[in-house]
Design a protein around this ligand. Sequence first.
Ligand SMILES: [Zn+2]
Length: 311
Amino acid sequence: MKYIGILLFILFLDSFNTIHAQSKIVLVIDAGHGGSDPGHLSENPNHLPEKDLNLAISKLVGGYIDQFLTNIEIVYTRKEDSFVSLDDRVEKANSINATYFISIHCNANDKKHIHGTESHIHDFNATKAVSFAKELEHQFSKRAGRHSRGIKDNGDREHTLQVLKYTKMTGVLIECGFLTNEKEANYLNTSLGQEVIASAIFRAFRSFIQAQHPNVNFIKDSNSPKEKGNVISKNSKETFTIQLMSSKTAIEIDKPEFQGLGMEVKRLDLNTQSAYKYLYVAGTFTTKEEAKIVLEKVKKKGFKDAIIIPK
Ligand SMILES: [Zn+2]
């Protein structure tokens, strides 16, 4: 009897571990550089150094995940402007047994015309990393309107990337754009640019984990029995809105351009240090398909840079 008891206990522990492993994933978000290491710099003295852009985008990505997804624990390698060695970043991710690792950087090149996004993986044999990287570049090029330079692995680089080589989990290092390209540096220095990049990373991560863990619910509140069927449930489910534009100074929303859309336009004060302080959004959609139809109309009415963002 004693042995059966122990056996049952082991089986219980084992099933508990299995359930636990399936229901929650741990994501490390690694904002590149920091503190005494500024990373790449733009020629424009008004621009932020790479370390600050990496941190801003990292926090936005984490914020979207917190807001819209569940069953994900986020661990940041840094949350402020501090120096963290590459060894410490790797060690942190490995010691907590993280499921995924996303490192966020901005790029530079001597040739100033070079621009676009890149998703780096350790090597092309890592199939999970490849599918995540593909989803990222797809989101950057098809949804965020960026130029995608594609997926790069160890063979494409002159050096190995330590955070990808020594972390034990599936990891991708994202290069959000080139600070040596004037146009891209300008873009990355706007809160609009940072939000577009971060929401693309968010959407790519969401599709990737949904495909990798089909038995886990990642969408917040959809399974909450307490809220099922009532108004709160409808509001708390993921919805989308259309981001029309951003501006440095507040524009009145009763302007004819906005009025011509026939939709209620809201001006959001981003409360940011960046040059672009106001964001203009319109509509609430429960599916992307719904939002896409309206997006086409909005673009035809002159808001060429309009995009769909999570609400
Ligand atoms: Zn970097």
